[in-house]
Design a protein around this ligand. Sequence first.
Ligand code: NAD
Length: 261
Amino acid sequence: MDTTSAPPPDGSGPRPLTGRTALVTGAASGIGRACAVALAAAGARVYVVDIAAEAAKAVAEETGGTAHVVDLSDPAAVDALPADADIVVNNAGLQHVAPVHEFPPDRFTLIQRVMVEAPFRIMRRTLPHMYAQEWGRIVNISSVHGLRASPYKSAYVTAKHALEGLSKTVALEAAPYGVTSNCINPGYVRTPLVENQVAAQALAHGIGEDEVVEQIMLERTAIKRLIEPSEVAEAALWLCSPHASYVTGSSLPLDGGWTAH
Ligand code: NAD
């Protein structure tokens, strides 16, 4: 057996992202938190960016990173974030559900600011650092809604489709500099946001929580379960690995078969 290349089973071997710095937005909760934890476990120093101060500080403490308490809808605050990240995970997001003719314009604008303009501003600030060192990774947490629409989610679907276009454009510009840009497209993820929706819908419909997940949320997926935040984080980690250095401009569905329809 060749023991020279196998890392020690106790996890004490060299960590693949040692020396790298990762900026993760929305890192105080859900998928962002899972990405911060996974990147830190792989050796990266993490900038934990979120509007939720206490939760961001807790994740920073947990990961040995730094909390940056920022409202990503504020362009000046976004432009004051560190520019020396080697890895950027654009993850922060929010949802608003209403038909277009009743959709509040200020919510529409807020969602584009947080989910499209902030990623653009963060990328335009961090790419020069990545270009100079000829290595960088942009991971955009899109959604199945970056590839498919659903009724009543106009701002969210618009923002995620825009993020897909931004990600692909950056992939083309950044390739000569050793920088990749990709999207991850999860279906419903077991985050606090979704768990609250499940409980609320179970009450509203008078059915069990399992039935809400299976009959309503997972109607279009072939695999009838929610995906865990850690599974999304593992995909983000893989996109930062040498094995994924030829993967750019792509959109990776983690959607249990939703987009196979
Ligand atoms: P979450 O609500 O658990 O976490 C989102 C984080 O973003 C929160 O910590 C929140 O404070 C932060 N945030 C929101 N607005 C902000 C602002 N203005 N400034 C700074 N931080 C802000 O959500 P999640 O489910 O982990 O979602 C994370 C990302 O994954 C989002 O982009 C979402 O669209 C995407 N996504 C989620 C699902 C799902 O089912 N949960 C599915 C596909 C894609």
